[in-house]
Write a protein that binds this ligand. Structure first.
Ligand code: ADP
Length: 473
């Protein structure tokens, strides 16, 4: 039962493969069963008609025989002689007078036939044209006709032919034909299932190839299905053309973002510099003016960070984000980060590294950028009185760095998406923190660019752990 359920779950009831297979099987079943039924019916007709014809011939011949014998011997004896002449193992005849008295009848040698004959003779109504009757699981062709000899009605002639043997043979043959038809339908269904599967395989291949194309390899992606039918090859070609159009427009968009970020960053940095210098010489500023300038400076700084992130991502997309990967002692970097973050955020950050010398192979500045981003998030998305910690340890050939907080946490359904560009979980809370939604996508791009991995484990209301794994050498 479990196996059937498992198979039922595995079968896609809406798949083209299942529909085509069922369609072919139903057509085969209908076609073959109609041919079988028609053949059986036609053979039955031919068989019965030949028996009926035989009986009709007998009823035509019998009066002539009686006439012939009556010229040579008394009529009763002639009648019996004519009956004896036509009686065989399967054909029985008898004649009744108009007063329903038996004038003559077939004589049978064995008891079985005579019992059968007396049973048949007891049938009151006999058809005038030959007809097939089933009596006690035996089949007979029956017919009766008025017997006229030299224009005088002698009585009624009854002719019966036992066709049980032929009919049984016919039924056995029909039975075999039905079994053969069923087997043919099964074979056609199985063969068609394999055939349909093989025919649709190129479509599945195409779908698998398309599924693994990502933005990164959009320009190089080419679908090729060499031995597929021409329709599928055409589809692959259309896909390839669409991919190249997509790649072109993606390239243009990237170029645009890169140019705009570049063009905006320089003037904005100058504006930010001026704002900072005015704020530094704040003697003659009113409180309102100072507040306005501080807001302008902080927004300018935020926008510069956003533009820098966008530039980094655009460089990574076009393969121009270069890393100076080297081996160095991680401990020093982590201690520097803890100090920097504590000064900047005013929060205590625990340093939990038990090894004296943790070596890692990465780009020093980029790793610093990654960890600053993660610590900044831990500070932003947790209450000021909750602890934050920076852990690191080595496992075989990997260094594992973790940034842990006991803050708001991330709902499970968002965890796989927070590394996407501009994806933010709770817009109302995020507004207050002033982020851009690009931080984690930069983190992921940089870590993967250095041959590492980044992941998150989080529980709503309990906190989050961001883990960065990097190679040791
Ligand atoms: P943002 O600039 O909004 O911080 P990020 O890419 O750094 O953008 O983060 C994406 C989203 O992931 C954030 O908006 C936030 O909702 C969520 N997030 C990131 N880090 C944490 C964390 N430590 N705790 C809870 N939520 C976090």
């Amino acid at each position: 039962m479990n196996i059937i359920n498992a198979i039922a779950r595995k079968i896609d009831t809406f798949s083209l493969r299942l529909r085509l297979t069922i369609g072919i099987a139903v057509l085969a079943a209908l076609g073959i069963s109609s041919i079988t039924v028609w053949t059986t019916w036609k053979m039955q007709q031919l068989l019965i008609n030949s028996h009926k014809q035989n009986i009709e011939n007998l009823t035509v011949r019998f009066p002539h025989d009686v006439e012939l014998y009556s010229e040579m011997m008394p009529p009763e004896v002639g009648l019996q002689k004519a009956i004896n002449n036509l009686t065989t193992k399967n054909i029985f005849l008898w004649v009744k007078s108009p007063e329903e008295k038996f004038l003559a009848q077939s004589r049978t040698s064995d008891n079985l036939s005579s019992a059968r004959l007396s049973e048949l003779m007891s049938i009151a109504e006999m058809p005038i044209t030959p007809q097939v009757h089933q009596i006690n699981q035996r089949y007979f062709v029956l017919c009766s006709e008025a017997l006229r000899v030299r224009g005088k009605v002698l009585g009624k002639l009854f002719v019966v032919q036992d066709i049980t043997r032929d009919q049984t043979m016919f039924l056995a043959m029909a039975h075999s034909l039905a079994i053969a038809s069923f087997l043919i339908v099964v074979v056609i269904s199985v063969v068609s299932a394999f055939y349909v599967r093989r025919s649709l395989q190129p479509l599945c291949d195409l779908s698998q190839m398309t599924a693994v194309i990502s933005v990164v390899d959009l320009s190089k992606a080419q679908l090729s299905v060499d031995h597929a039918p021409s329709e599928v090859r055409e589809l692959a070609q259309t896909f390839n053309m669409m991919l190249s159009r997509l790649s072109q427009s993606w390239e243009q968009e990237r170029q645009f973002v890169s140019n705009v970020s570049h063009e905006l960053r320089t003037p904005l940095t100058i504006v930010y510099g001026y704002l900072q210098s005015v704020l530094r010489r704040q003697d003659n500023l009113t409180e309102v003016q100072q507040e306005a300038l501080e807001t302008a400076a902080s927004e300018a700084e935020r926008t510069i960070h956003l533009l820098e992130d966008l530039l980094d991502l655009a460089r990574a997309d076009s393969g121009h984000l270069h890393f100076h990967v080297e081996s160095f002692l991680l401990n020093e970097l982590l201690i520097e980060l803890v100090e920097m973050s504590e000064n900047y955020s005013g929060r205590e950050i625990k340093y939990l590294v038990n090894s004296e010398a943790l070596e890692v192979k990465a780009d020093y500045n980029r790793l610093k950028q990654v960890l600053l981003n993660l610590i900044d998030n831990a500070v932003k998305y947790s209450e000021p009185n909750t602890p934050i910690s920076l852990n690191a340890n080595q496992q075989e050939q990997e260094v594992i760095i973790q940034v842990c907080d006991q803050g708001y946490g991330i709902p499970l359904q968002h965890q796989s998406r927070i590394f996407e560009r501009f994806y933010r979980v709770d817009e109302s809370r995020n507004q207050a923190t002033g982020g851009t939604g690009l931080g984690l996508s930069i983190v992921k791009t940089i870590v993967e660019g250095m041959g590492g991995k980044v992941s998150v484990r989080s529980r709503l209301g309990e906190g989050s752990i961001f883990t960065v794994i990097l190679p040791v050498k």
